[in-house]
Design a protein around this ligand. Structure first.
Ligand code: PLP
Length: 480
């Protein structure tokens, strides 16, 4: 493990990586909830190992240990759902259907809201795009969205009548722009992210819901990033639809969810035409059923839904003040440290989103975006991984329009964290960046299949992961 010195945040002294327990950062010494893989040892390119510092929660979070244990408990009972009369089938059906109620409660849903299990947020938003009310066979209104969205909340709307606008430099002015656009009329749905996957800034959902409704539109919130970091209350905030992914919510078993008002969903195009979605099928015609089954054709992901529901229960039991303080402490510490390193720039979209370095933030989740002058983001990520055992994300975060507008067409870096994260992870990142900006790279790196990788990488990887990047036959990166 490297012990390079990094600039100290107010209550800290530079030096080794032991987590200090004084001041407002003390809360971050406690990982708050156990996650799987927390003690993985990553092989370093110049020899030895370091505990893997997972700062890539925004892409996919590790499983909660409780979720992992729960899956082991129910796995023996896994069987077909809905159509089986057997003991295990009935238990599996109960687990699956019960998961809907648990998830509805987690998001503060209305009793009559539909809870549809999908693969992920992308799937959920595509499903909703097929359920917009029609007039003469075409969607009756337009979908309005900002240019800050993840592609999952941007591309599905390009297939239906839509309007996009550029976010303003402040949140307040962005709300004004949306108000003006809604006032022009013709919008049936405002599609907005709960929190930016690029910068972590939270959008004022309750305000935007009221705005949409004032102008006769509904609102869908892409909560892929918000749900793992903040309590959600769709009834309280008057949100019509909400989508999120299990794999970002500590339940990486392939399930996502769409929750919301039933009328559009019951009348919409069935998302997956197939078994279970019909009342009656004939050779060349069909009568579709209503309810979640209309969109969940085929055998559902029972264990994924069960894992997602169990994760929401664990999160619901957290004390929100403690939960937010934990993530805010890591974020504040990290941002303060990054801003002290010469050549490192922290990026944000809005000038008026909550500051992170002078008071505990309520306006930004555990996502920090930055770049290092003179270095490709991909090279920095490869260096941090190979020489320090740190995992974070580089690239354009599936938000190309925003990255271009922020002046980062080639991408930047994103550190993201949550339950199970420790202050030490942020310390390690700062130490690695300090070392890079002061002493440069400690190894040679080359571009292989479009990614920066260490040259002559002879580290041993598990035999069951033969295509690990850096080894022969690595797959090119497609998630940009
Ligand atoms: C804000 C946001 N929306 C949507 C998605 C898409 O999520 P998924 O890949 O689980 O469909 C992501 C994933 O990074 C995201 O961050």
């Amino acid at each position: 493990m490297t012990t390079a010195v990094f600039p100290a945040a107010p209550e800290f002294h530079a030096g080794a990586h032991a987590v200090r327990t004084t001041g407002r950062f003390a809360v971050a010494a406690n990982p708050l909830a156990a996650v799987t893989g927390a003690e993985i040892q990553a092989p370093l390119i110049n020899g030895g190992y370091a505990r893997y510092a997972n700062l890539d929660y925004g892409a996919s979070a590790p499983a909660l240990s409780v979720v992992s244990a729960y899956l082991n408990e129910i796995l023996p009972y896994y069987a077909s759902v809905h159509r089986g009369a057997g003991y295990a089938s009935q238990i599996s059906t109960s687990v699956y259907e019960n998961a809907r109620d648990i998830v509805r409660e987690f998001v503060g849903g209305r009793p009559d809201d539909s809870v549809i299990f999908t693969r992920n947020t992308t799937d959920s938003l595509n499903l909703l795009a097929g359920c917009l009310p029609l007039r003469d066979g075409r969607p009756a209104g337009e979908v309005l969205y900002l240019d800050i969205e993840h592609h999952a909340n941007l591309l599905p709307w390009q297939n239906v009548p839509h309007r996009s606008i550029v976010a303003a430099p402040t949140l307040a002015a962005t709300v004004d722009r949306l108000r003006e656009e809604l006032a022009r009329g013709g919008v049936s749905l405002l599609a907005v992210t709960g929190a930016s996957n690029v910068t972590g800034e939270i959008l004022p959902i309750r305000t935007l819901a009221a705005l949409a409704h004032d102008h006769g539109a509904r609102i869908v919130v892409d909560a892929a990033q918000l749900a793992p970091h903040r309590r959600i209350d769709i009834a309280g905030d008057d949100v019509d639809y909400l989508a999120f992914s299990g794999h970002k919510l500590y339940a990486p078993f392939g399930a996502g969810v769409l929750v919301g008002r039933t009328d559009w969903l019951d009348a919409g195009t069935p998302h997956l035409a197939g078994g279970g979605a019909v009342r009656d099928a004939r050779l060349d015609s069909v009568s579709w059923t209503t309810g979640p089954a209309r969109h969940e054709g085929g055998s559902p992901n029972v264990l994924g839904a069960a894992a997602l529901a169990r994760a929401t229960q664990v999160i619901s039991e957290l004390d929100p003040a403690q939960w937010y303080a934990h993530e805010d402490a890591i974020r504040s510490f990290l941002v303060a440290g990054l801003e002290r390193i010469e050549g490192v720039t922290v990026h944000r979209i809005f000038a008026d989103s909550s500051p992170v370095d002078d008071q505990p933030s309520t306006g930004t989740i555990g996502v920090v975006n930055f770049s290092v002058e003179g270095y490709d983001a991909g090279l920095v990520a490869a260096y941090l991984s190979a020489e320090h055992g740190i995992g974070l994300r580089d690239g354009r975060f599936c938000a190309h329009p925003l990255l271009k507008r922020l002046g980062l067409p080639a991408g930047s870096l994103r550190a993201s964290f949550g339950l199970g994260s420790r202050l030490e992870d942020a310390e390690r990142l700062l130490a690695g960046l300090q070392q890079l900006t002061q002493s440069g790279l400690g190894w040679d790196y080359v571009v292989d299949a479009g990614r920066w990788v260490p040259a002559n990488d002879t580290r041993n990887y598990p035999h069951w992961a033969p295509n690990t990047p850096g080894t022969a036959g690595a797959a090119p990166c497609t998630q940009d």
